[in-house]
Design a protein around this ligand. Structure first.
Ligand code: NAD
Ligand code: UDP
Length: 314
């Protein structure tokens, strides 16, 4: 049956892939976005589809539409952009969640929150299971994002407990792929763009900090499985690729795959930058029909490099 689905942040990197997949699955999709870090280019190819609608709107203001499901993704995700206007970032996570939960309550929609591995902060437990409460600096420069997302999780749980609403919380670990912005500021896009232009690769810190990189298609599959899982399973559930790499390993891999002549350079590590991050995905495997990432780093990087190579030639 065709569902009416609202995707906030639908013109962003992950949102555009999610909108495309939901349309391909035969649904009707409203993409709501204020185009802060998103762009029309990411969804141009969907605009001809009569079941697709783009609404320019900011979720710090209420929005009403008759829908069956809501995926709440609206929020800048790159440290560069979420720190650009930190107060706005908190408002987007907190007031945005309140408005989307209010809408879901009013129209009896199921609602999924795109939370983040950042709720674990600089983790003392490794890899991170959902039961770990995290180590977040509540007053640091990343807190506008981390604490905003933590507050949104609390709001989702409280709407669920108070109003018995159908909610879903996913915690997304570092995700990359085509349609990231070249100036997004996150590590995978930065390194690929620098390598393709034979510019210096900018490692922050000594490059021994780790991340676990998930290709966007694997995430989208996990998100849809989570939305369609039984109502009693509300999460939070980790969605990420458990293969862990140091940032230096990532830099070397990108240089190798692009055949670049870039040199690796080192800069100061930003404050509160987590030293390690790797998801425990046992819960997702168990509850989401054996879900696990299929695309490993080298394959995902090749697809992403191809995308940026074409984009930068335009
Ligand atoms: P993105 O910046 O490409 O997408 C965010 C989208 O939200 C953009 O289109 C932006 O214009 C829109 N937006 C921002 N503020 C808004 C507002 N107030 N009202 C309406 N729209 C607004 O980032 P992304 O990587 O696609 O991330 C999507 C979601 O997934 C975010 O909520 C992010 O926190 C979460 N997430 C992403 C990652 C990752 O590695 N990509 C990791 C963890 C969590
Ligand atoms: N990073 C880096 N060079 C860059 C961009 C990021 O070394 O040009 C580092 C950053 O300090 C962090 C890691 O790469 O340790 C991942 O950064 P990103 O902003 O992609 O994601 P997050 O820190 O939110 O996981």
């Amino acid at each position: 049956m065709k569902k009416r689905i609202l995707v906030t942040g639908g013109a962003g990197f992950i949102g555009s892939h999610l909108c495309e997949r939901l349309l391909n699955d035969g649904n009707s999709v409203i993409c709501l976005d204020n185009l802060f870090t998103g762009s029309k280019e990411k969804i141009f190819h969907l605009l001809d589809n009569p079941y697709f609608e783009m609404v320019r709107h900011d979720i710090i203001l209420p929005y009403y539409a008759e829908v069956d499901e809501i995926y709440n993704l609206a929020c800048p995700a790159s440290p560069v952009y979420y720190q650009y206007n930190p107060i706005k970032t908190i408002k987007t996570s907190v007031e945005g969640a309140i408005h989307m939960l209010g809408l879901a309550k009013r129209v009896n929609a199921k609602i999924l929150q795109a939370s983040t591995s950042e709720v674990y902060g600089n983790p003392e437990v490794h890899p991170q299971p959902e039961s770990y409460w995290g180590k977040v600096n509540p007053i640091g420069i990343r807190s506008c994002y981390d604490e905003g997302k933590r507050c949104a999780e609390s709001l989702f749980m409280n709407y669920h407990r108070s109003h018995n609403m159908r909610i879903k919380i996913i915690r997304i670990f570092n995700t990359y792929g085509p349609r990231m912005e070249p100036d997004d500021g996150r590590v995978v896009s930065n390194f690929i763009v620098q390598a393709l232009q034979n510019k210096d690769i900018t490692i922050y810190g000594d490059g021994t900090q780790t991340r676990s990189f998930q290709y966007v298609d694997d995430l989208v599959e996990g998100m849809i499985r989570m939305m369609n899982s039984e109502d009693s399973f509300i999460g939070p559930v980790n969605l990420g690729n458990p293969n862990e790499f140091t940032i230096r390993e990532l830099a070397n891999k990108v240089v190798e795959l692009t055949g670049s002549s870039s040199k690796i350079t080192y800069f100061e590590l930003p404050s509160d930058d987590p030293l390690q991050r790797k998801p425990n995905i046992d819960l997702a495997k168990e509850k989401l029909g054996g879900w696990e990432p299929k695309i490993q780093l080298e394959e995902g990087l090749k697809k992403t490099i191809e995308y940026f190579d074409e984009l930068l030639r335009k």
